[in-house]
Design a protein around this ligand. Sequence first.
Ligand code: FAD
Length: 310
Amino acid sequence: IEAPSSSALAPPVALSYELFPPRSDAASATLWKTIHELERTDPDYVSVTYGASGSNHAKALDLVDRLQIETTLRPLAHLTCVGGTPAELSAIVNELLDRGVRGILALRGDRPQDGVLPHGGLQYAQDLIELIRRIEMRRSAQFAAGKIAIGVAAYPTKHPESPSEAHDVEVLLAKQRSGADFAITQVFFHPGQYSSLVHRARRAGVTIPIIPGIMPLTSLRRILKLSQLSGVEPDGALVDRIRSVGDDAALARKVGVEATVALAEAALGAGAPGLHLYTFNEHESALDVLARLNLPRPSRPSLIARHRAR
Ligand code: FAD
């Protein structure tokens, strides 16, 4: 009798990817190649971003639809609420449900540049969670197969508008109490930041899974852009290491993949129940990282075989 490998003994790790709706036909072609490559890894779901204030509403819904119809992948639709009225957001939630979506990442989105919110609009992600749960209750007869899964954002480093990390944890607890089922973290660059968030959240009473959002650190341009957008300070040592290899793209990629693997391994070591990879609609870096991680994953070949037989 062969002894089971260590990965066979380890609990399975959930796997998911973030995609964004393409802005052009060329970007769409690249995205669909990526989608088919990622599909081979049989992720638990793929999330589809949504522009703040619904700026790409039609494109996001189109991608969600195509994922459901043309692939084996389960979409998690991001939805932002800032400034939207309850009536507008109810219409979008009902539209998603009518299209068969059963997972929503409930987000506030970034505030308008002038900081002024339209009168009567929703303010916080928590308001959106409560709105989704009310709609779910009204339509409960249709959800015999299970309820809507609601995810939320969590922050390993202080949210730029928040007074403190402690306040962020209070907000996460409030989102859990309003009906969130799980959280996905903002990008982070230091291993201790994820474990610290989980520790502080558990101490405050947060019990939902907190999944680390991992960005493949293979592009310096992207690291700097995302840090600027999210307000998360990049790891100076990593930035220096990538800069020091100059124009050697292959070496820069190797350094970036190694750093990402170290970050993901540290999060898994701290008890992360899964990994959510920010793909930027490219599969190579995500797959390079996964190849190195060799995650314990449940095998679901029947799902793919069923789809291919269609
Ligand atoms: P909230 O949880 O509402 O928090 C926003 C701010 O308000 C925080 O400072 C918080 O401390 C404060 N706050 C919240 N609730 C309360 C309360 N009850 N009382 C007092 N203060 C409160 N943006 C997009 O536009 N599209 C996307 O698709 C998208 N996807 C994302 C995916 C992930 C995994 C993450 C981590 C972020 C994503 N974002 C996206 C960015 C997100 O919209 C911003 O980080 C936004 O600034 C905050 O969103 P939130 O849902 O965390 O808001």
